[in-house]
Design a protein around this ligand. Structure first.
Ligand SMILES: Nc1ncnc2c1ncn2[C@@H]1O[C@H](COP(=O)(O)OP(=O)(O)OP(=O)(O)O)[C@@H](O)[C@H]1O
Ligand SMILES: O=P(O)(O)OC[C@H]1O[C@H](OP(=O)(O)OP(=O)(O)O)[C@H](O)[C@@H]1O
Ligand SMILES: [Mg+2]
Length: 283
């Protein structure tokens, strides 16, 4: 059986289970369950702290895992990223009271509070900056107010927590994080059939979320111009219509662009323009 680690709590937990369900896998029904076996698909899911997942996968005790890119880097485990899962996006940044620092080089000699010492130490080492890293478990924004640190390094999503603590970001983000699928590093060249199946299913969910299906009718003499607006992934599907001189077109388009494309198609003369969602796909 394929053994996969899934976040048991926190920001990534709900969206990870939703994505696996959408990919056709069984998920736990009780949030206290620590294991869930999906016998039909030959997969066993283990619900673990997202921070520990890279360790289990790096040691080879579990085959794959879902965690955050920042947590993978922080763990310094023998694991690597296989696929960006498109949720749990956040930046990881330094922040301080306004006027404390202007550039990351000003970090030298400062005390930096963080729950991600691995990420921060890697950044400092790469730039040969000598600073003291104070490891905390969370609520690191308080460390400055309490005099424990001069700077913090933390996950920033909306920025509301920083603003509330009277802090502002310093420099560019250390990294852009999101939820990722990970495997053991150098885990043997060929992917096994169950791993390939999982990858294809997750990629199918990503495509189904990003794209919609667009259908419309257009005069045959405008088909080339209409197709240029809706090239699809490989090529649009063209079907004859009973009405002389008209064709029906079907193509996948990016969800984020569908309204602009519909406006342009309408202006071109296309009619009966319909959008439908994609529930699942294998491209
Ligand atoms: N708004 C956010 N706050 C915290 N982590 C976030 C946020 N958005 C995305 N993430 C990602 O979630 C992962 C951290 O999850 P984790 O469960 O360890 O912390 P959490 O969601 O803050 O939960 P808690 O602190 O309640 O345990 C990281 O990969 C982080 O980048
Ligand atoms: O930019 P924002 O949208 O405000 O989100 C980022 C904040 O959310 C998380 O804290 P959390 O609430 O998980 O508390 P914690 O520090 O105890 O983990 C994270 O550690 C930041 O503090
Ligand atoms: Mg947190």
């Amino acid at each position: 059986m394929l053994r996969i680690a899934v976040p048991n709590k926190g920001t990534l937990s709900g969206p990870a289970a939703d994505m696996l369900r959408e990919a056709g896998y069984r998920q736990r029904s009780d949030s206290r369950d620590l294991v869930c076996t999906d016998a039909d698909n030959g997969v066993e899911f283990f619900y673990l702290r997202p921070r520990d997942i890279a360790t289990y996968v790096g040691s080879g005790d579990l085959d794959l895992g879902i965690t955050g890119r920042d947590l993978l880097i922080d763990a310094d485990a023998d694991a690597e990223e296989m696929l960006d899962l498109g949720f749990g996006g956040a930046t990881f940044r330094f922040a301080a009271r306004p006027g404390t620092l202007t550039a990351p080089s000003d970090l030298a000699g400062r005390r930096i509070a963080t729950a991600y010492p691995g990420v921060v130490n890697r950044y400092l080492t790469e730039r040969a900056i000598a600073a003291e890293v104070v490891r905390l478990d969370g609520a690191v924004e308080n460390a400055i107010r309490l005099g424990v640190a001069d700077v913090i390094a933390d996950v920033v999503s909306t920025g509301a927590t920083l603003r509330q603590a009277g802090l502002e970001p310093v420099g560019k983000p250390l990294l852009e994080s999101s939820a990722i699928l990970i495997r053991r590093r150098n885990g043997g060249g060929e992917l096994t059939p169950p791993v390939n199946q999982l990858l294809r299913r997750l990629q199918g969910v990503l495509v189904a979320r990003r794209y919609v299906m667009l259908a419309y009718d257009v005069r045959a003499d405008l088909l080339e111009r209409a197709s240029a607006l809706t090239p699809g992934i490989e090529s649009p599907t063209i079907s004859p219509l009973h009405r002389e001189g008209w064709v029906a077109v079907q193509a996948m388009v990016l969800r984020a662009e569908v309204h602009r494309i519909m406006d342009e198609l309408y202006d071109l003369g296309a009619r009966a323009i319909l959008v439908t969602g994609i529930h699942a796909c294998r491209l």
